[in-house]
Design a protein around this ligand. Structure first.
Ligand code: ADP
Ligand code: MG
Length: 556
């Protein structure tokens, strides 16, 4: 087998030669205690950088088996990628054009997530990263490459032995404690837990870093619960009960910040994030209005029905949904995918789907919308919880199981007060029996929906956190809660799997669950930039595919 010394000599020999001579790097080079593989070699200095994989044999893994839970293993992988990224910051800068000399390890957010860049398997540890092979114009900078690879090899040789084991343990313990709480939320009758002292706000709307000088979270005594977690001992915090929870308060008092934290809390966070102890039901999903989105074959009747001119909404499609229609669709699609907690903010929800007050009830006789307010009892009966941020709509007060008032970023429980107010000031609105039951009609996608071809070539490309170019179209993912571009890319890769799995019979939920569970991101391709999503996100992305075609799934 070729050794790293051979690699250095080879790089030197390439100096001044045309770029394609780099292609011979492909394959495996043996180092001391690890192998370095060139998985993909770029064609020019401006192309996507080359993909490298370092492989440590299983003998090196002993000290990494510090986990007791599957999520603990993900935490080890997550930690290794972060450590590698940190180490590579010390690599020498080499000259050249385009991506020359750029080394990147993909970890984009403080979430502890499975990513294709790290894989701990029975045969060993695999870490993937990208490296721009240096060149000036089309001429290889061989000496620069050698210098870079000598430094890289030095880092890789010491990498495992010099890991900060204390920090590794803290990372793993954080994830395992998170999993412990998350798994027990339902049996404790809770939808979320927010630990004492958590830092919820971020530096800015585009930052994942905690806001400096923020007021730490303080739980209201009446909602305080304790979890005896395996590593940190007993942790205290606010437990949000199942049912209907309202988060209310004046503007700028931290309502949305709390809801956002709950949205993020479906995933564990690395130590230092501030939201380590924010834990939300694993099947929670935020839903919102989304003007202009497409909707395909959704039975909207629980919310939208009896349109003018006898238009039916039992199998409703549109290329340009309104605020209320899109919210109705988002809620029903989330239920179809198995969500059991829905998170909504009044700011991003069409008012006419949230409420119909007494005056409007009196004025409008030919009602085509059933507001969420009239479905609260149905949600409760079906075991689906709602967490609703409301500042302006008081009509929900008598239905709420829990009312949290935010004041200067501090939550207070005001459920009893809210009930008393609701009794003292009745709204006069009629809570009628909705015309259609709250029922979801499962849909089965047709395979053509997932054809990624544009002309004869497949085109699949993530564009930031909000867009996926897929075949002829662009999927707008801005209403989804995605935290890494790698998640957008994973959705693109999963769509291609759905192309072969969809058959017009299997329900969407079964399809996305199967794909997410069966597909090992590491084996899905060679790119390191893939991060885990839940079936809920994948399904929500499918629902926004304009090429989507569905049939009612059999048995419905
Ligand atoms: P609301 O939804 O009630 O109008 P937001 O959640 O949008 O309020 O919060 C308003 C502002 O207060 C935001 O800029 C946010 O970063 C900041 N903020 C939220 N929570 C805290 C906190 N605990 N400490 C300091 N600032 C906070
Ligand atoms: Mg707000």
């Amino acid at each position: 087998m070729r050794t790293l010394e051979d690699l250095f000599a080879f790089l030197r020999s390439l100096d001044g030669r045309p770029y394609p001579a780099y292609k011979d790097l492909k394959g495996v080079w043996r180092g001391e205690g690890f192998d370095l593989a060139f998985v993909h070699v770029q064609g020019d200095p401006f192309a996507s950088p080359s993909i490298l994989e370092v492989r440590y044999p299983k003998e090196a893994l002993g000290r990494l088996r510090v986990y007791a839970h599957p999520l603990g293993k993900v935490a080890v992988e997550d930690f290794l990628l972060r450590s590698l990224k940190a180490r590579f910051r010390d690599l020498p800068r080499v000259g050249g054009m385009g991506h020359s000399g750029r080394v990147s390890v993909e970890v984009e957010s403080p979430k502890i997530l499975k990513r294709a860049g790290a894989h701990l398997g029975p045969s060993g540890l695999f870490l993937r990263f990208r490296l721009g092979l240096p060149a000036q114009g089309r001429r290889i900078l061989g000496k620069e490459a050698e210098r870079l690879f000598r430094a890289l090899a030095q880092h890789l040789r010491g990498f495992l032995a010099e890991l900060d084991l204390k920090a590794l343990l803290a990372h793993v313990h954080q994830a395992e404690d998170f999993a412990y709480i998350q798994e027990r939320l339902p049996e404790r009758g809770l939808v979320a837990f927010v630990g004492e002292g958590a830092i919820l706000p971020r530096e800015s709307g585009v930052s994942q870093r905690p806001l400096q000088g923020a007021i730490p979270f303080q739980s209201p005594p009446s909602l305080r619960v304790a979890f005896p977690v395996p590593h940190a001992g007993e942790v205290l915090g606010m437990g949000l009960p199942q049912g209907l929870t309202l988060i209310t308060g004046g503007g700028f008092h931290g309502k949305t910040t709390l809801l956002e934290a709950l949205v993020h809390g479906v995933f564990p966070h690395a130590p230092g994030d501030g939201r380590e102890w924010v834990v939300t039901d694993s099947l929670a999903q935020r839903v919102q209005s989304e003007d202009g989105r497409s909707v395909k074959g959704v039975d909207l009747r629980p919310f939208v029905h009896d349109l003018p001119l006898g238009q039916d909404t039992a199998f409703f499609s549109t290329e340009d949904a309104s605020g209320s229609t899109s919210l109705a669709a988002a809620i029903l699609e989330a239920l179809e995918l198995g969500a059991r907690v829905l998170l909504l903010d009044e700011d991003t929800s069409a008012t006419n789907l949230l409420v119909r007050d007494a005056r409007m009830q009196a004025l409008v006789k030919r009602e085509t919308l059933t507001p969420l307010l009239d479905r609260v009892q149905d949600f409760k009966a079906q075991g689906v919880s709602l967490v609703l941020v409301v500042g302006g709509v008081g009509d929900y007060l008598e239905l709420a199981d829990t009312v949290v008032l935010m004041e200067e970023y501090r939550p207070f429980e005001v459920t009893a007060e809210a009930r008393a107010i609701a009794e003292a000031r009745p709204t006069g609105r009629a809570f009628g029996e909705p015309r259609y039951p709250l029922r979801v009609r499962p849909r089965a996608p047709l395979p053509e929906s997932f054809d990624p071809r544009r002309g004869r070539k497949a085109k699949v490309k993530g564009r930031g956190l909000r867009e996926l170019v897929y075949g002829e179209g662009v999927v707008d993912l801005s209403a989804l809660d995605l935290f890494e571009e790698g998640q957008v890319r994973a959705i693109g890769a999963f769509f291609q799997r759905l192309l072969s799995l969809a058959d017009g019979k299997t329900p969407l939920r079964a399809l996305v669950e199967r794909v997410v569970e069966a597909e090992d991101l590491f084996r899905l391709g060679e790119a390191p930039e893939l991060s885990a999503v839940r079936p809920l996100e994948l399904g929500a992305a499918v629902n926004r595919l304009r090429a989507l075609e569905v049939r009612p799934a059999s048995g419905s």
